[in-house]
Every structure is written in structure tokens, then in C-alpha cells.
Design a protein around this ligand. Structure first.
Ligand code: FAD
Length: 358
């Protein structure tokens, strides 16, 4: 990474902390004729494991505004035929999710990075403290554990752990065929779907492991044991899973924030609204945040743009954050699991027999 270029007098400086999905999308869409932009990223190179992210239509439109939608589509399988099932494999409902694609996080970061103009400065290393000031704009795109949020919104805005671990990976082969969707058991779920070069899978369950770094091989062994009674298709996926192509992490969320703007500091993506992964919306909303903010900044004064961005994105993303947590509680129900299964069974039967049936 190169050092940031000195600012050009008269132009606004924008310092983006975090060069992940939100940060790169913002840098790619800001008008280089108007802004001196620097992206500060702590990670060297691309992520090591490229699990799939579901990309919903609104996020695809944002990728279109960035000029990379065709390239993302080319690299990403369409996700279709999704259903939510009981742990036994019995389908409850077919999820209505037309137009969904599954992009590898590595491909997405690579394509976003290539869309960033060469005029954007790149600074490597971690930024720990940011102070709101009158000069320049600071954008926290630094994820769920955002230093920008903690520096400017206070210690109480720090990320909160859920009791759940997420384990996920990509295995070779089209093991997803006929099985795409989620399997909800008692206090645990398993998901499977297509990846560009195989099958994407994920599991979530309650675990007290951590708080230090987690041993991927040990968690994978625990995952195989936990899902031993699941349908053969799931067992086949888990048998093919390897530590070097799997990721293990605790699921964290951010507490509600009253606003994403403090003076000349603003937040985008997970730094603003990290949500549980149950709706598959975090990265999608990060893309929409970034493109919305950039387009307001390109066409209005900075203060007007920040106010418009907050109006456009705050309530919607906070509602999605709350909705994701609600779906997590339903999908990972423990004591309420028999009642949930009975209810979903009834809903599934009604959906299959069509409107008006008893
Ligand atoms: C199990 C799981 C499955 C998911 N599935 C989906 C899905 O299917 N679809 C979907 O839309 N979303 C999904 N998500 C959510 C998605 O991963 C996040 O919402 C998305 O990565 C947020 O992007 P971001 O750019 O805001 O943050 P991040 O991706 O976290 O990027 C932040 C960047 O900032 C850098 N950084 C952090 N701190 C600093 C610092 N202090 N200084 C400098 N750099 C810093 C990091 O290195 C990183 O590159 C999933 C999440 C999980 C956990």
C-alpha cells in the first residue's frame, strides 16, 4: 500500500477507516474531482477464506452504481430453490428470494478494490482513536468492533457478543443440489447453498468457547458431532469440510445508535449497524450505505450530505438489525423449539395447499 497523497488545497479530505466492503465501496464511488480520499486498512491483502455472501437486489443495484455488477454476477452463482426445513430435512417453507446471488467475499473485495480510483490514497495499519473535528470528514467503515464508533460515540457503543458461534466454509462439489436453504434444529441451524467453486455451508450454535482465538479444527469436530443426526446431505458437506477452508467466529452485534453522524464523523456498514447474519443482509446494507453516502457527498455540501445520509439509512438499517436478531431467536430457539416447529409445520402446509384452504 502507498502513503496517502498530500491534500489539494480547496478540496475536502475524506479519511475512510477500514478498507472492507463498505470502505472500498465508498472510496470507489466518491468523486475524485471533489474529494481527497484516503483508505486506512489494517489487513494486508485479501481475506484468507472466501465464504459466500448472499447479495440481495438492492445491493446488486449498488454494485451497478459502482460499475462492477456484471463482473460480480459473472463470478457468483444464482441462489434458487431455497427452503427452511426442520432438522430432519422436512421442508417447512420455500423462502421467497428471487434474484439472489452468492458472491465469494474474496471476489467481492477484489472487485471493489479494483474499482477504487488510483487517486485514492492507501494507508496500511490500524487506527485506534479518532476525534471528531471541524476539518475533513472521517468515515468509520471499520466493522463491528469499530474504533471510530467507540472513540466518537463512547464506550457504551462497543460491540456486544451473542451466545452463538458461526462456523462456515466452502467445500468442493455441488453438494447443495436439492438441499439449498436452512435446517433449524434445537438451538442450532445449518445452511447450505451454491458457491462459485463448490458448496457454501454455515452452522450456528450456542457456545461458551473463547474469548481468545478459536481452534478451527476443534470447532469443526464439535460441529460434526452436533449435527450427526442431520440428513445425509449435511453429513456429506461436513465430512468434506477442512480447517483451512473454514472460518469460526463469535457472532457480535452493535447496540442501537440514535444517529450515524457526529459532527464531521459518520459510520457505514457494520460499524453503524452490525446485525446477526440470519437475514444475510449485513454486507448488502454496507454496500447500500456506502453508495448512498457517496452520492449525497458528490452532489451536496458535506453537512447536508451527512444529514441526508442519516435520514436515508438510519431507521431502515436499525430495523433490519432488530429483525435479524428476532430471526436469530426463532432459528436458534431452544425451549420454544417444539412450539416453533409445530407452528412452522402448519404455515408450511397452508402455503403448500394454497390460499383459501382450511
Ligand atoms: C457468519 C456470517 C455470515 C454472513 N453472511 C452474510 C450474507 O450472506 N450476506 C450479507 O450481506 N452479509 C453477511 N454477513 C455480514 C457481513 O459479513 C458484514 O455485514 C460485512 O462484512 C460488513 O462489511 P463492512 O465493510 O462494514 O465491515 P468489515 O467487513 O468488517 O470490514 C471492516 C474492515 O475494516 C478493517 N478495520 C477494522 N478496524 C480497523 C481499524 N481500527 N483501523 C483500520 N482498519 C480497520 C478490517 O480489517 C476490515 O477490512 C455475514 C456475517 C457473518 C458473521
Amino acid at each position: 500500500m502507498t502513503e496517502p497523497a498530500p491534500p489539494v488545497p480547496g478540496r475536502q479530505t475524506v479519511s475512510i477507516i477500514g478498507g472492507g466492503i463498505a470502505g472500498l465501496a465508498l472510496a470507489a464511488r466518491l468523486d475524485p474531482a471533489r474529494f481527497d480520499v484516503t483508505v486506512n486498512e489494517q489487513r494486508a491483502g485479501l481475506p484468507a477464506v472466501g465464504t459466500s455472501l448472499a447479495v440481495w437486489p438492492a445491493a446488486q443495484r449498488a454494485l451497478g452504481r459502482l460499475g462492477i455488477l456484471d463482473a460480480v454476477r459473472e463470478a457468483s452463482p444464482v441462489i434458487e430453490g431455497m427452503s427452511v426445513r426442520a432438522a430432519s430435512g422436512k421442508p417447512w417453507t420455500a423462502a421467497q428470494a428471487s434474484g439472489l446471488i452468492g458472491v465469494s467475499r474474496i471476489d467481492l473485495i477484489r472487485l471493489l478494490d479494483a474499482a477504487v480510483p488510483v487517486s485514492v490514497g492507501r494507508a496500511s495499519g490500524r487506527i485506534d482513536v479518532v476525534r471528531p473535528g471541524p476539518a475533513g470528514l472521517v468515515v468509520g467503515a471499520d466493522g463491528v468492533h469499530s474504533s471510530v464508533r467507540r472513540s466518537c460515540w463512547g464506550a457504551r457503543s462497543g460491540a456486544r457478543p451473542t451466545p452463538y458461534l458461526a462456523v462456515r466454509g466452502v467445500v468442493p462439489g455441488r453438494l447443495w443440489r436439492g438441499h439449498t436453504g436452512e435446517y433449524w434444529g434445537r438451538g442450532q441451524l445449518f445452511g447450505v447453498g451454491p458457491a462459485a467453486d463448490g458448496t457454501n455451508w454455515y452452522a450456528a450454535f450456542r457456545s461458551g468457547a473463547g474469548p481468545g482465538s478459536l481452534d478451527v479444527a476443534a470447532v469443526l469436530a464439535e460441529t460434526r458431532a452436533r449435527y450427526a443426526g442431520y440428513p445425509p446431505a449435511i453429513l456429506e458437506v461436513l465430512a468434506a469440510a477442512a480447517p483451512q477452508t473454514s472460518l469460526v467466529q463469535r457472532v457480535w452485534t452493535t447496540p442501537p445508535l440514535g444517529s450515524y453522524v457526529r459532527r464531521r464523523v459518520t459510520l457505514v456498514g457494520d460499524a453503524a449497524h452490525a446485525m446477526t447474519p440470519n437475514l444475510g443482509r449485513g454486507a448488502c446494507e454496507a454496500l447500500v450505505d456506502a453508495v448512498t453516502l457517496a452520492e449525497f457527498l458528490n452532489t451536496r455540501s458535506v453537512d447536508e450530505a451527512l444529514a441526508a445520509y442519516n435520514r436515508a439509512r438510519h431507521l431502515r438499517t436499525q430495523a433490519l438489525r432488530a429483525a435479524s436478531s428476532a430471526v436469530m431467536r426463532l432459528a436458534l430457539a431452544e425451549r420454544g423449539q417444539p412450539a416453533r416447529d409445530a407452528l412452522l409445520g402448519i404455515i408450511g402446509r397452508r402455503c403448500r395447499s394454497g390460499p383459501g384452504s382450511a
